[in-house]
Design a protein around this ligand. Structure first.
Ligand SMILES: *Cc1c(COP(=O)(O)O)cnc(C)c1O
Length: 370
């Protein structure tokens, strides 16, 4: 699905010497590369504060802790997403309120958000799924009207531009109250282990986020609030510094692979290509097809036999997962999510897909789906 080895070969000398330097200076924790990366990412995103942390799940958890959400508060998020988003809501004793997504774009349904708002609602967590932004302009209008926080889950969309109706742009994750991202190796900006970051333009919130990520500590051994231990390793910051410089180029490579797929599959009666929206560019974390009347299990097996990996993101809706089942929901409550879970198929998507490989993948898919 991804080829991190070939990508590494191209930046090997910078990464190898940077990692060696960390070892030579034993600056494993909070070394200079972490600060450098923080500043570089702030500049790239045009956001006032980036707080690096240990992973994307921690980023979401720390964000919710910093907003002083209390047990019983309701947090609205999409039913079609990676589990981490709902997991931290549950972990903090908050109530995850799921809403459906749009059938064409996989993004959270704004009308459904509005219907789900109650006096207990405190926050909305839109997920910019697969690399394209949710409709932030409409979500922010709703949030302002009902006085809600917005935590953007940017784990799959780092670098994506949100395009406002007036034509101005802002990076995904810098529009809501807080943005949370992940540097898991296969993400668009991935390190060589775990990593994450939190973004905000709010000075007071930034201080609090930083404090919570460091044991609730303002000054060493003085703990003002309940915190966690969540740091980005210096070695990972070295990798991220090297790769951030290429992030736009990486997004362009993903887009050309996506265009190749689009061209091959457009107008096919059994393959529905991903819809692009006007309010965002796409950084194609995943290229996800919807299959129409195709035996997905069989197709995956046949693709596998011919050396083409394909994955199902995500096979089971959150409300049907044992850990998230509640009397709040039953099967049938989120028809779009349920349909998507049964028909989506993601093809290989990364920065190193050459035309020969893309040609092999598309020809194989077209041979198997008649
Ligand atoms: C990957 C991911 C996360 C979690 O990131 P980790 O670094 O793996 O903890 C959260 N939300 C979404 C949508 C993700 O894709």
């Amino acid at each position: 699905m991804v080829d991190l080895k070939s990508q590494y070969e191209k930046i090997k000398s910078e990464i190898d010497s940077g990692i060696q330097e960390v070892i030579n200076t034993t600056a494993f924790i909070n070394g200079p590369a972490v600060k450098e990366f923080q500043a570089n990412l702030e500049k790239y995103l045009n956001v006032k504060h980036v707080i690096p942390c240990a992973n994307g799940t921690d980023a979401l958890q720390i964000a919710m802790m910093a907003l002083d959400l209390k047990p019983g508060d309701e947090v609205i998020t999409a039913s079609f997403t990676y589990v981490a988003t709902a997991e931290v809501i549950g972990l903090l004793g908050l109530t995850p309120v799921l809403v459906d997504v749009y059938p064409d774009t996989f993004d959270i349904d704004v009308e459904a958000i509005e219907k789900a708002i109650t006096p207990k609602t405190k926050a909305i967590v839109p997920v910019h799924l697969f690399g394209q932004c949710a409709n932030m302009e409409r979500i922010m209008t709703l949030a302002e009207k009902h006085n809600l926080f917005v935590i953007e889950d940017v784990a799959q969309a780092i670098g994506a531009d949100y395009i406002f109706t007036n034509g101005t742009k802002a990076k995904a994750g810098t529009i809501g109250t807080i943005g949370c991202t992940s540097f898991f190796p296969s993400k668009n900006l991935g390190c060589y282990g775990d990593g994450g970051a939190i973004y905000t333009n709010d000075e007071v919130l930034a201080k609090k986020l930083k404090m919570i990520a460091h044991h609730g500590q303002s000054v060493q051994y003085v703990h003002d609030v309940l915190g966690v231990n969540s740091r980005l390793d210096t070695i990972q910051a070295v990798v991220l510094n090297a790769k951030l410089k290429h992030l736009d180029k990486y997004a362009a490579a993903r887009n050309s692979a996506a265009s190749f797929y689009d061209k091959a599959f457009a107008n096919h009666p059994k393959l529905k290509i991903p819809t692009r929206v006007k309010h965002s560019n796409h950084v194609f974390h995943q290229y996800t097809l919807q299959l129409v009347n195709v035996d997905r299990t069989k197709l995956r097996e046949q693709l596998q036999e011919r050396g083409v990996p394909a994955m199902i993101y995500y096979p089971i809706p959150l409300h049907e997962q044992n850990a998230y089942k509640s009397n709040r929901y039953k099967s049938g409550d989120f028809p779009v999510t349920e349909k998507l879970c049964a028909c989506v198929l993601s093809l290989p998507m990364h920065t190193e897909l050459d035309e020969e490989t893309l040609n092999y993948i598309t020809t194989t898919v077209l041979e198997l789906v008649k």
